[in-house]
Design a binder for this molecule. Structure first.
Ligand SMILES: [Zn+2]
Length: 265
């Protein structure tokens, strides 16, 4: 057999390394947008009837991808909704089992993370948490996922749906987050939902002042002990705090949570 020239060997070696890196990137669920979708122009401020949202008259459904998303991204608004007496239900599309990593104990993760989500939801007076049980890291906005969320929307009958922004995500995002947002937005079509409040967005047009809720948000995040403890908890708190400070700046307060708010009817 003819021997490979050094140039060919180098080509095969570096080609193999590049292929390995690309395959690994495609396999794992985190994504990085080199060119994020531009913010719509104009992007005027919107008020989704805040007086009603933060009142006992509000019915709210929160749709997320994993246990802990609610407390990480929405601990402030969730606490505020609880304080104002709104009725809140949650749908969590996956159990956060991390089964895409071969070394993880998926069954144990599922059990622990569900119980942490139920406990933290109780802490925010959430009425009901529905787990859909789709595989973590492999959530796609297919018709069956949209239909299951649609069923939960009909059961909960909310005026407000809070979900990940599937259109204007941050530069670095988890694919499940984006896909749960795309599915949730499709699922509310033809229902009585009046407002979609889309979080983890770079196109915010509505910001909630959550300064008074910050201390409580830290407690809610810490309830997800399997995910955040010790130094990691501190790191996560700092990250959430820095995001909340940036969001708050838009409306001149210390802590805020930003949403891309869409009026549906
Ligand atoms: Zn998540």
């Amino acid at each position: 057999m003819a021997r490979l020239s050094n140039a060919k060997k180098r080509f095969l070696f570096y080609g193999g390394v590049l292929f390995g890196i690309l395959a690994l990137y495609a396999y794992q669920p985190n994504r990085f947008d080199l060119k994020p979708k531009p913010v719509p122009i104009p992007n005027p401020k919107v008020d989704p009837d805040s007086a009603k949202l933060f009142s006992p008259k509000a019915r709210v459904l929160v749709v997320t991808a994993h246990p802990d998303d609610t407390e990480f991204y929405l601990g402030g608004i969730l606490t505020k909704l609880a304080q104002k007496g709104a009725v809140v239900d949650e749908v969590v599309c996956t159990d956060g089992d991390k089964s895409y990593y071969l070394w993880e104990n998926a069954a144990e993760n599922r059990r622990v993370r569900r119980s942490e989500q139920v406990e933290s939801a109780k802490g925010s007076h959430v009425r009901h948490v529905q787990f859909l049980g789709y595989p973590d890291g492999r959530l796609f906005p297919r018709q069956n996922v949209i239909d299951r969320i649609h069923e939960e929307v009909l059961k909960s009958n909310p005026d407000y749906v809070i979900a990940f922004d599937g259109e204007y995500p941050p530069r670095r995002y988890h694919r499940d987050h984006l896909n749960s947002g795309v599915a949730a937005f499709a699922a509310i079509k033809g229902t009585g939902v009046k407002w979609a409040l889309l979080f983890a967005t770079h196109a915010a047009n509505y910001t909630v002042d959550v300064t008074d809720q910050w201390e409580r948000q830290k407690q809610l995040i810490a309830m997800h002990r399997s995910q955040f403890s010790g130094e990691k908890l501190e790191l996560i708190e700092n990250m959430v705090e820095s995001n909340a400070n940036d969001d708050g700046e838009r409306i001149g307060v210390s802590y805020g949570e930003g949403f891309h708010c869409v009026h549906l009817r």
